[in-house]
Design a protein around this ligand. Structure first.
Ligand SMILES: [Zn+2]
Ligand SMILES: [Zn+2]
Ligand SMILES: [Zn+2]
Ligand SMILES: [Zn+2]
Length: 198
């Protein structure tokens, strides 16, 4: 069977977007979404093939009344991170992955809205602009250099996690967790050397 050829180029161009309606990769890349058609997700420009990893990076709305830890309650109100619980809060959403929290931190900026050329270049990937005194990691503007550096580190760990052959290790890497299957524990995206055992 021969494919039916569309007669004019103009029609091809017009129907081009309609033909790709199923694939949402374009939007997913910008909005940190999941493309069900390709079975890939994107967070901070990193392509994620594991839905378990992608899901672990999502923020969840939480009821303040249900938060027991005072440090978390404070973080939930003002936005911030609770080191004890390893949970971050942004806009009322809780992130149980420090990587997700770090990458959701800061103000989202469209490249088109940025006037400074150095900043614009940084927003497309990551970088710090000395003259403006601001940094960008995957379109998120950060004014605090320490926070910026943590976001850069988070993006690095996410890249490593996305390449991990073990899905459970990938999730553990981004959330300071443990992979029961491989018996490996992670802190800040790195394996914790097992000590004297016990
Ligand atoms: Zn797609
Ligand atoms: Zn807490
Ligand atoms: Zn700048
Ligand atoms: Zn593992």
């Amino acid at each position: 069977m021969k494919r039916i050829l569309i007669p004019t180029i103009a029609v091809v161009l017009v129907s081009g977007s309609a033909a790709l309606a199923e694939c949402k990769c374009g939007i997913a890349k910008v909005e940190n979404g999941w493309c069900a058609d390709c079975k890939v997700g994107y967070v901070a420009g990193v392509k994620i093939k594991s839905d378990a990893l992608f899901e672990s990076l999502q923020g969840h709305e939480v009821d303040e009344a249900k938060i027991k830890c005072p440090s978390c309650t404070k973080a939930h109100k003002a936005g911030g991170y609770c080191e004890a619980c390893k949970a971050g809060f942004i806009g009322g959403n809780a992130y149980h992955s420090w990587v997700a929290y770090r990458l959701a931190n800061g103000e989202f900026k469209r490249v088109d809205d940025i006037k400074c050329a150095t900043c614009r270049k940084a927003a497309e990937g990551s970088g710090w602009c000395e003259s403006c005194g601001v940094g960008y990691v995957a379109h998120h503007k950060l004014t605090d250099k320490a926070e910026y550096e943590k976001a850069v580190q988070a993006q690095k760990v996410l890249r490593l996690a996305a390449e991990s052959k073990c899905e459970k290790c990938a999730v553990a890497m981004v959330s300071d967790g443990k992979c029961e299957q491989c018996k490996v524990e992670y802190a800040n995206g790195e394996k914790i050397k097992s000590g004297s055992g016990g």
